[in-house]
Design a binder for this molecule. Sequence first.
Ligand code: ARG
Length: 459
Amino acid sequence: MAMWGGRFTEASLAEFRDFNDSLSFDYQLAQQDIAASRAWAAGLLEAGIINADEAAQLDHALADLALALESNPKLPLETQEEDIHSWVEAQLQAKIGVIAKKLHTGRSRNDLVATDLRLWTKLNSQQVRRLLVGAIGSLIQFADRFQGAVMPGFTHLQRAQPVLVSHWALAYVEMFKRDLSRLDDALVRLDVCPLGCGALAGTGVAMDRTALAQRLGFQSAALNSLDAVSDRDYVVEVSAAASICMTHLSRLSEDVIFFCSGEAGFFKLGDAISSGSSLMPQKKNPDVFELLRGKTGRVLGHLVAILHTLKGLPLAYNKDMQEDKQGFFDLIATWQQSLLVLSTVLPHLSVNIERCREAAELGYSNATDLADYLVGKGIAFRDAHEISGELVLLASREKKPLEALSLTQMQQVCPLIGDDVYPALTIEAGLAKRAALGGTCPVRVGEALASAKLWFDGL
Ligand code: ARG
């Protein structure tokens, strides 16, 4: 039975109920609704609204319900209640009768649902954190496993300059570390308790809201009741953190897909993480990375959806807000699964070290090193760039790499070039030169790897 039937004389239409009810998805908030209810009941006792015996009965019944849910989290789905809040109350009434009817004194489903969803987000974000840390750990291991391997680095998807494979992996470590701190930032603002704000105007019960917030493990109590019941910023913020993180995951996936292509051939997928084609026997497809890229679109969609849901809402609560949940639950589940999958597949991804090196040597990716060499001879960089470009043109006409040009050929373009140009054009020399902080010089990358490990071990 609905919690609000008193002023109604007709029953709800089935079609209306189907559309209006949220139990089919908000049942996932059951444990949070019980926790919030236990804290509220304790507050009602302190405020003198219920006596100690009633408080104890409510608390025991709620604890029993929590236990029953632990063994069967889908228990609420066996009923026809409107939402999880109605379900909890109905269960209590069935267990302890009239006392259960006192629980809703001074509270509303508006402050309750806002509290439940914050509690749920706090809990599930901790799991996201663990998985994100795990994903970072697997990238650090990948960087460690392929220390010293060199590959072409790209801009505009054109070979640009050689980089270490570890440098590539550690780039994503940086991104995911930012994602972690972004989530942590959001969790600070999320840690505020709306319970005790009533429907919109505040509760009529003399409730110590600070104690209530503490009882529920929140940092503080929300300061404005209108804001508290209608604030879904935390859904937006966590969704944004998820979207940015998934965007990183998607770019990583795109890199891997390209690196695994026949054209690149830099990375190899283990059998355990690849799929074949039903038609073409030779195929080994990077489905898992394509799915990570694809699921990113889905997560981004949820962020846009919640922003659109909120943008036109007047204060305070509006039923539109019920639409905050399904997308958000899916977003968190997709985020968690994607992070877990990344950690699972990375150990099965390997680098074709010879092929990577071969490719790094091609495409005139040492042309900048030649320009840098000329700068070392006292030529201004702009002129050095020009000379190096001319030599690239000459070498490409002869279909050979820069270092295959003879000294005479080079000196015809620039007489300052000496024999020492050849060692300067090797991959090793090019890498070693990029030695300022953040560069791909093996010493710097070694330090970056060591500090990533230190960071990870210190968590
Ligand atoms: N199922 C609702 C939601 O998720 C709970 C709050 C309902 N409040 C109301 N006044 N109808 O938003």
